[in-house]
Design a protein around this ligand. Structure first.
Ligand code: DHK
Length: 145
């Protein structure tokens, strides 16, 4: 088994660290990537960590992951609450999907309570800060055995 994992980040997560740090914390996306790289090494996973502000680009990356990755960790950010296109792309993907939210979306505004992506996700992690990405990698490694 390849143990290749794609980690996808949606809009505005490129500004992590400076963006509403009271909600999203002080770590930058590069910090998160570095932490994921370190843990992936421990878990014998190979990761590809990406961010886009563009819904179509995220859809394309999910389509391209079919057949040669074992799992996707995705923080769709605002597209969580709006994107049928991302859900449709994930529905055509047959590996493990773990949805991550840095904040607890259920404790926030009503419009953040619904996630299209949860209709496909095998697991959902919310409110654990950026540690959620590491929990997601551990869960995928656990499922892969
Ligand atoms: C990130 C965002 O950008 C928001 O639009 C979501 C999510 C929550 C997060 O907690 O990581 O509502």
């Amino acid at each position: 088994m390849s143990r290749n994992i794609l980690i996808l980040n949606g809009p505005n997560l490129n500004l992590l660290g400076t963006r509403e740090p009271d909600i999203y914390g002080a770590q930058t996306l590069r910090d998160v990537e570095n932490a994921c790289v370190g843990l992936a090494r421990e878990l014998s996973l190979s990761i590809d960590f990406r961010q886009s502000n563009d819904e179509g680009e995220l859809v394309t990356w999910i389509q391209q992951a079919r057949g040669h990755t074992d799992g996707i960790v995705i923080n769709p950010a605002a597209y969580t609450h709006t994107s049928v296109a991302i859900l449709d792309a994930l529905n055509m993907y047959d590996g493990t999907v773990i949805e991550v939210h840095i904040s607890n979306i259920h404790k926030r505004e009503e419009f953040r309570h619904h996630s299209y992506v949860s209709g496909r996700a095998d697991g959902v992690i919310a409110g654990c800060g950026t540690n959620g990405y590491l929990l997601a990698l551990r869960q995928i490694a656990h499922r892969l055995g």
